[in-house]
Design a protein around this ligand. Structure first.
Ligand SMILES: NC(=O)c1ccc[n+]([C@@H]2O[C@H](COP(=O)([O-])OP(=O)(O)OC[C@H]3O[C@@H](n4cnc5c(N)ncnc54)[C@H](O)[C@@H]3O)[C@@H](O)[C@H]2O)c1
Length: 355
């Protein structure tokens, strides 16, 4: 059975491609290879006959049509996106282009393909749109996001993802495209681009650089290991009800500063600082907050748990320790990424000269 995965050279996508291949699927992997997409994340499967890599853009309608025609996928799992909030503040254009216009172009190609399928094939076809909990805005100290939470996006990134969620649902109700939407909390794990919090802090600490914490560090996110996200996505694809939304979360709420302290603690044990006895925590620096920074996200994933029997398989502490070890043990991957344009600098203050 063939799945078209978009964004399969990114963080979640590359983990998902490997997970799908290991579970017997054939994967057509469409990725534009932006700064965030890396073939080195797919090294173990790039030669697999079950994996077809197509370098290209989800905004390219003729390419999409050709891929659908050539590979006749049974499903689309749509992950391709511009995904970094700070980048969306400095340059929202690419977020609108890929996340909104790109999703529209992909929906149209999927609709045309789906309309051409026979009754049975059409009934089996699925379009799974992978989205984020950031579309729901900010929670106070209590409560959880559910599938019924109202949309209230605050950053150009979350607004573009919210737009794409609405487009997917509209293509489901207007054109009968058999679509599903997932909204997941913050992921961590191997192959994450080092601008995101966990690898950024790990690699900055190892380089003895300051560890920036935005604002007072009290912003709360619900953390989920990427492997558990992939398991959830497959469960939704295989057994989710068409037209439904599923919220995915790890029930692991942590403040940003506690994430940074946890990473420092793991590194203190695994790779003590050369400066004799000092903790990596001494490198923590509180810096100006991100504009529009949502205070708290938390997910109630009981629909996914009750309907599809999914729950996270890793305890947060184990997953985080495993992840930090992965970055320590995969210097080649890290160095390959860091030798590109990205250099662990500060972006997303809304000031183009900001560092
Ligand atoms: N990372 C998280 O914590 C998280 C949480 C919930 C949902 N999501 C969603 O999951 C998806 C994947 O997130 P990620 O963290 O892996 O992102 P990522 O930035 O690591 O990867 C995105 C991938 O999309 C590709 N891409 C970008 N523009 C493209 C285009 N126009 N055409 C084709 N490919 C293009 C990039 O090359 C890259 O490989 C995104 O849709 C994101 O909104 C992420």
């Amino acid at each position: 059975m063939t799945i078209l995965i978009t964004g399969g050279a990114g963080f979640i996508g590359s983990n998902l491609v490997k997970y799908a291949l290991a579970n017997g699927y054939k994967v057509v992997n469409l990725d534009r290879l932006t700064y965030a997409g890396n073939l080195s994340s797919l090294a173990s499967v790039i030669e697999s006959p079950e994996h077809v890599f197509a370098e290209g853009d989800i905004c390219d309608a003729p390419l999409l049509e050709a891929l659908f025609r050539a590979h006749q996928p049974r499903a689309v799992m749509h992950l391709a996106a511009e995904s970094h909030v700070d980048r969306s503040i400095d340059g929202p254009d690419d977020f609108i282009r890929t996340n909104v216009a790109g999703t529209f172009t992909l929906l149209e190609a999927a609709r045309r393909y789906c309309d051409g399928l026979s009754g049975d094939e059409r009934a089996r076809f699925r379009f799974l749109h992978v989205s984020t909990d950031e579309v729901f805005g900010s929670l106070g100290n209590d409560g959880y996001f559910t599938e019924a939470s109202p949309y209230d996006p605050h950053s150009p990134y979350s607004a573009s993802k919210a737009s794409s969620d609405h487009l997917v649902r509209a293509w489901g109700s207007t054109y009968g495209l058999p679509a599903l939407v997932t909204n997941c909390s913050n992921n961590y794990g191997p192959y994450q681009f080092p601008e995101k919090l966990v690898p950024h802090i790990t690699l900055s600490a190892l380089a003895e650089k300051p560890l920036p914490v935005y604002g007072d560090g009290g912003n709360v996110r619900d953390w989920l290991h990427v492997g558990d996200h992939c398991r959830a996505l497959m469960a939704v694809l295989e057994r989710g009800r068409v037209g439904e939304t599923y919220a995915i979360g790890g029930s692991s709420e942590r403040t940003n500063v506690s994430i940074v302290q946890t990473i420092c603690g793991i590194l203190d044990e695994l790779r003590p600082r050369p400066t004799g006895g000092a903790s990596y925590r001494d490198l923590i620096r509180f810096v100006a907050d991100r504009p529009g920074h949502d205070r708290r996200y938390a997910i109630d994933a009981s629909k996914l748990r009750n309907e599809l029997g999914w729950k996270p398989s890793r305890a947060f502490e184990d997953g985080m320790s495993e992840t930090v070890k992965w970055y320590l043990g995969n210097g080649d991957w890290v160095n390959g990424i860091l030798s590109g344009a990205y250099r662990l600098t500060r972006i997303g203050t809304g000031r183009h000269d900001a560092r």
